[in-house]
Design a protein around this ligand. Sequence first.
Ligand code: ZN
Length: 432
Amino acid sequence: MKVNTRLFINSVIFATALLLSLNLHSQIKYDDWFTDNQMRVDYYHSGTDKTEYVMLKEILKEEYWGGTKTNLIDPYNFGSYRVNIYDSETNTLIFTYGFCSLFEEWQFTEEAKDLQKGFPESMVFPYPKKPIRLELKSRVFEDNSFKTIFELDIDPADINIKQEKLVEAEYKKIHYSNTYDKALDLVFVADGYTADEIEGFYKDVEKAKDYLFEIPPFKDLTDKINIWAVAAVSMESGTDHPHERIWKNTALNSNFNTFGSERYLTSSDYHSIRNYADLVPCDQICVFVNTDTYGGGGIYNFWNITGAKNEYYLEVFAHELGHSLGALGDEYYTDEVATEDIYNKKTEPYQQNLTTLVDFDSKWKDMLDKDTPVPTPVTSEYTSTLGVYEGGGYQAEGIYRPYINCKMKALGYDFCPVCQRTLTRIIEYHSE
Ligand SMILES: [Zn+2]
């Protein structure tokens, strides 16, 4: 009896605490805690396949906080890392967001097993008015929980916080729908365009805007999106193709052949990318690389990168934006047995368009017709049916996707209804 009573009391306390914290979140008013500027914490994320360390580089005060001033506590919990900002004095959680990084992808490579390597990253959030405690958490593969990997006390009045503009570049507003706190700000940055080629960059961004605003869900959300183009000028034209021994000196240091994958176009020079992107209010970094080689990459709340002179670049860009904006997973797979599993099939992935069926209720079950079988057979009968199709996330078995074809699976298709819903929610979150 006694034990039962105690349990009951504990659960009441827990429920009350939960209600209190929900209440606190809704009471956080932007102007009480933050200025209009952005705080950027630059660091190196380093380690091996099984270890990770964070080494602080420097803290910057930047001109614009481009994000929402309404939604300060991110309810989605997407991404492999989570940033929590607490007011030091009261220990109130005043801002959170999630992201992914190039470092975690490198952790799955062969060389990570016995090599320590460091990748530049930044945490960005509205500039606090009072001292804060920053907490960086990393998702645990085994059970999807988060563990703290870095903590830092920051006094926003610290005289060592850098305030200078680190780079200069011209920029244009390509599409302007609302003030930057009430819109998702997509910031395109040029790489591998010389001064003579920079007009071409603006045209490439214009075409990307026209394309994006014709496809769902973006076509119905144009009043919630701003598009900026930052003309970072490069010394040389093009990008690095290591497998062809071609090396170019470019503003953002992009390269193909990332982690041995020829088409994987990325840049590990994150601080240079941020220097340019943060010249304007920024929610999403979109890098256009001046190359006609097919390729790209997209990492959640980090960047998306596309080879912008390739004939398929508009479709590649939209796919990569699915990763970087919506934290969507790849819905494609091969029949080859993957040597390293990116997904743990014993847990439910945070990617909204993939499920292991461990917790399907948290995914698109609410959108499913009750007559659709689970799993759903890949037959002509179901070509345009939302279902639960086996194969996705690079694995032929044990991971399921919502549609037979989707832009996250192959070029030439629209985003499926689940991907559309996720992207819509994120855009609305950023523009409230
Ligand atoms: Zn999809």
